[in-house]
Design a protein around this ligand. Structure first.
Ligand SMILES: N[C@@H](CC(=O)c1ccccc1NC=O)C(=O)O
Ligand SMILES: [Zn+2]
Ligand SMILES: [Zn+2]
Length: 219
């Protein structure tokens, strides 16, 4: 029996979770100059017993969260972050072809009572190719989310700042407004509206970021 007691058709099996993570393949696009994702494994023949994998990767590969330590030496590290940020209700909005994630682009959306926000931008999901330019946060966009009580923002871009930014003012402004950051989520296939979100970082001691498996379930 291939299915047996592990069948996914069991009536008590919880259905409906949707994966919004970029697949961690060796083709995954990476930040220029950063460490690419690479998985290799020693074979059963080599070890005499098991296939056993290893990976090298930037902590900012694929779908991931930033710890404040990524852009602030005194900022919190991954193992210090509150897991409640990354599990719970969220709302998905779409800001259309806006170049900036600013108060103007955000203000037409109802964010009352929302603590986790997913933002779909004009950047198409394309995990294996690094974009030439991306929509990015302005200070007033970050402040607007803070005022609304947003604690986590997730977006479909590899950064919340312009690709050539060295100041990282979007990262800093979000942090100053109490908003944590989830990057490179895949949102193209989702309907707008409310979901449960799980996007837990790994328990990386002192990490400046962590890949996550991000999943949503319609509410
Ligand atoms: N802000 C991006 C990563 C980033 O900016 C970055 C990653 C690795 C090496 C250099 C980077 N930025 C340099 O300007 C991120 O949070 O994933
Ligand atoms: Zn990052
Ligand atoms: Zn970032």
């Amino acid at each position: 029996m291939s299915n047996g007691s592990h069948s996914t058709s069991q009536s008590n099996f919880e259905q409906g979770w949707i994966d919004i993570s970029q697949p961690l393949s060796n083709k995954l696009a990476h930040w220029p100059g950063d460490t690419s994702f690479s998985y290799t494994f020693a074979t059963k023949e080599q070890t005499g017993s098991v296939n056993v994998g290893r990976m090298t990767t930037s902590l900012h590969s694929g779908t991931h969260v930033d710890a404040p330590f990524h852009f602030l030496n005194e900022g919190a590290k991954i193992h210090e972050l509150d897991l409640n940020l990354y599990i719970g209700p969220c709302r998905l909005i779409d800001i259309g072809d806006s170049e900036f994630i600013n108060a103007d682009a955000l203000s037409s959306h109802d964010l009352n009572g929302v603590t986790r926000l997913l933002i779909r931008t004009k950047l198409p999901n394309n995990p294996n190719s690094f974009p030439d330019s991306i929509p990015h946060f302005t200070k007033d966009g970050a402040a607007y989310l803070g005022e609304k009580g947003i604690r986590l923002v997730g977006l479909d871009c590899p950064s919340v700042d312009a690709l050539d930014s060295k100041e990282l003012e979007g990262h800093h402004a979000l942090h100053q407004n109490g908003v944590h950051i989830l990057e490179n989520v895949m949102l193209d296939q989702l309907s707008l509206g409310d979901y449960l979100l799980i996007a837990l970082p790994l328990a990386i001691q002192d990490g400046d970021g962590s890949p996550v498996r991000a999943v949503v379930k319609p509410l």
